[in-house]
Design a protein around this ligand. Structure first.
Ligand code: C5P
Length: 230
């Protein structure tokens, strides 16, 4: 059977660093929620069969923003952390997905994923035994701080990459990784898989594919994304 591809978008964050009442995935860019762009990036012109959006149990906005149908489904299984949300999503899909199906986990707050980066991920991971993730080499010089807010050391940046999403693994690998020791402490899928003893493949992402974290990030994202055509 040909490989099937699914999307999983954890969208249950509260956005505490962003501030305000409205979680950042619902902030508007050109009149549309950030989450809607992240969903579109996985749904439009891709081989993904279906995208599952994971939201908090008391969140009524999610389905209004994404709609629901054959290609997009919302699931009220958000947890206290991103890892918990993803693990709950994987648990809800047991029986529906098979171990060989590919799952692309993508942050709800990365609205500017370029199509060519997504294509590169699908192509370069191919039928890899482990899976992989988009990432970009660290560009800035890295400083380690001491306890007084002063520079304790300059860290070598050679060989360091900043992880992005989507992160692409087979359902069976992800499920086992999140069941294993340390899986629920992982900050992303790749870390869960690493703790499970495997080495995910690094695939060049894009600086446009940054994560909205602070209000100023909205200005940059709005400049990257064209307003919808009338
Ligand atoms: O908070 P941060 O920006 O790192 O969140 C990354 C992604 O994880 C976001 O899409 C956010 O909605 C999601 N998340 C989640 N459940 C949580 C915390 C974060 O689905 N408890």
């Amino acid at each position: 059977m040909a490989a099937r591809y699914f999307g999983l978008i954890p969208a249950a964050g509260k956005g505490s660093r962003f501030g305000g009442e409205l979680p950042k995935q619902y902030q508007a860019l050109h009149g549309r929620a950030i989450l809607a762009y992240a969903v579109d990036a996985l749904v439009v012109q891709t081989p993904l069969t279906r995208v599952y959006v994971l939201h908090a149990g008391d969140d009524r906005r999610c389905v209004q923003v994404t709609g629901s149908g054959y290609r997009i489904a919302t699931m009220p299984c958000g947890g206290a952390t991103r890892a918990e949300s993803v693990r709950n999503g994987l648990a809800s899909l047991r029986g529906e997905l098979s171990d060989d199906d590919w799952v692309l986990v993508h942050d709800a707050v990365r609205p500017c994923l370029p199509k060519d980066a997504l294509r590169r991920l699908l192509h370069e991971v191919g039928d890899d035994a482990v899976g992989g993730l988009l990432a970009i080499p660290v560009a800035d010089t890295l400083k380690r701080e001491d306890q007084n807010g002063r520079v304790a050391a300059t860290e070598a940046r050679a060989g360091l990459w900043q992880a992005q999403t989507p992160q692409m693994f087979r359902y069976g690998v992800l499920w086992e990784a999140y069941q294993s020791f340390g899986g629920l402490d992982a900050t992303d899928e790749a870390e869960a898989v690493e703790k499970f003893g495997m080495q995910p493949k690094l695939v060049l992402g894009s600086s446009a594919n940054f994560k909205i974290t602070y209000p100023a990030d909205l200005v940059i994202a709005a400049a990257i994304l064209r307003p919808p055509e009338n």
